[in-house]
Design a binder for this molecule. Structure first.
Ligand code: AMP
Length: 444
């Protein structure tokens, strides 16, 4: 199959050729004809599958073929993204696909001044990429009207709900014209996403390109058990031992990111960090420098790193496990892309056993544990497996009764007496359940 057989017009074919895209990826092969036919879409696809071109390329073609010229302060297509980085990245891809077309594109997001964005919108733009909060601000200040909107794309819809954007999405829903095409992309499909899809989509075509909730099998994954306080030391040790050159590291909190970056920089290691508290320009600069290998170690929170496309990343390290198990799949999806192999190493302490268990259950695998000599934890990480069971510390054996006994006894799985039992053994995945259309936005 070629892009030409999917019915794309010549300027788009030329752009794809310039970018070196020879064959459509599976999501593109399914999405492009469906979008061109005007269908609504509900697509299960992660970043790395080529989903951006899957929606953007046919969208550009429809904008060329159908609809009036864009009016002042209007947009003909809107792509909603959960984070600023993703909005920038999607916009950069859209602009590349549109390079031979007389269409205008623009990205708006928070964390930067709104005035230049208002100025830019005066003439209208064909495709607007936006994060939900800033879009609503622009709409409320009359800088943007949506009555000309032909197509709405919800990119990484699951992440938007995880980040607490359900109220914003409900508000945006009310701002949209009834007659429109809607395309929803999500890596995972929870009940909340299905509810959202039920409200926003009209007779959608369902597309699924990778098995649901299963981590990429091109990524070699393992866990190094360690005590919490020794994680920074272990990280530096593994880095030196493995001669790591380019590593994306995930930490749970903003403070965690800053502390690790400070520690690494203090040791003369070329590291930088990105998280939601940093100004947008600083985040983008750190990311650009990491991509161009000027920075060796990039430490990030999930919010800042979701959906980033970094070519040929060999290694992802989970300095902390994610609270939402599905984020593990997204994190390790930063490596092993486009058929390359990659490695994902998680430094896990006893406190994180419930998260580990949830990840193993979600990805239907028991992660291999590799003890690092001299870093064996004092607080052993209890055993886990893909069933979601955590093996608790056994109770003190009762004194044998004087009478009876002698028969076969089942001792269950044996664990050291030094084990720390989890506060609350979990058999369900650890994840937040966002509610669409109710409640205040949770700030991260
Ligand atoms: P995405 O999943 O949209 O973030 O795309 C992941 C990466 O794959 C990006 O670097 C794209 O430029 C690249 N890509 C998308 N489609 C193709 C294709 N058909 N052939 C080669 N590379 C592609």
């Amino acid at each position: 199959m070629t892009f030409a057989t999917l019915g794309l017009i010549e300027p788009l074919l030329r752009a794809l050729e310039t970018l070196g895209y020879q064959t459509p990826t599976p999501v593109q092969a399914q999405a492009i004809p469906a979008v061109l036919a005007g269908r609504d879409l509900m697509a299960a696809a992660q970043t790395g599958t080529g989903k951006t071109a899957g929606f953007a390329v046919p969208l550009l073609q429809l904008l060329m073929m159908e609809g009036p010229k864009v009016a002042a302060n209007s947009a003909r297509a809107l792509i909603l993204c959960p984070t600023r980085e993703l909005a920038e990245q999607v916009h950069a891809s859209v602009a590349e696909y549109a390079q031979n077309l007389p269409l205008t594109t623009y990205a708006v997001y928070g964390g930067v001044s709104i005035n230049p964005q208002m100025m830019k919108l005066r003439k209208g733009v064909d495709i607007l990429v936006a994060t939900p909060g800033r879009l609503i601000d622009l709409f409320r200040q009359n800088a943007l009207k949506l009555n000309q909107l032909q197509t709405l794309v919800l990119d990484e819809a699951d992440r938007m709900l995880d980040l607490g954007f359900s109220e914003e999405l409900a508000n945006i829903y009310r701002m949209l014209p009834k007659k429109r095409q809607t395309l929803l992309f999500s890596a995972t499909f929870s009940d909340e996403i299905r509810t959202l899809a039920g409200q926003m989509l009209n007779d959608p075509l369902s597309i699924e390109v990778s098995p649901r909730n299963v981590a990429a099998n091109t990524v070699k994954q393992w866990v190094v058990p360690v005590d919490k306080k020794r994680k920074p030391e272990l990280f530096v040790h593994l880095m030196r031992k493995g001669r790591w050159k380019q590593v994306l590291v995930f930490a749970k909190t903003r403070n965690g990111v800053d502390a690790l970056v400070d520690k690494l920089q203090g040791l003369g290691i070329n590291a930088d960090g990105i998280h939601g508290d940093k100004p947008q320009a600083t985040r983008q600069r750190a990311l650009d420098r990491f991509k161009s290998s000027e920075v060796q170690i990039l430490v990030a929170t999930d919010v800042a790193a979701r959906g980033l496309d970094i070519e040929d990343l060999p290694l992802v390290v989970n300095f902390d496990l994610p609270i939402v198990a599905e984020d593990y799949i997204h994190r390790i999806g930063r490596t092993g892309r486009a058929g390359n192999t990659g490695e994902a190493i998680s430094l896990v302490c006893a406190d994180e056993v419930n998260m580990l268990s949830a990840i193993e259950m979600l990805t239907r695998q028991t992660l291999t544990r590799k003890m690092e000599p001299d870093f064996e934890p004092e607080h052993r990480v209890p055993d886990t497996d893909a069933s979601g069971q955590v093996v608790k510390k056994p109770k003190k054996p009762k004194k044998p009764k004087a009478s009876g006994g002698g028969g076969k006894r089942n001792l269950g799985k044996w664990v050291d007496s030094g084990d720390v039992a989890p506060a609350e053994p979990s058999i369900k995945p650890v994840r937040k359940v966002p509610v669409f259309n109710t409640g205040p936005r949770k700030k991260k």
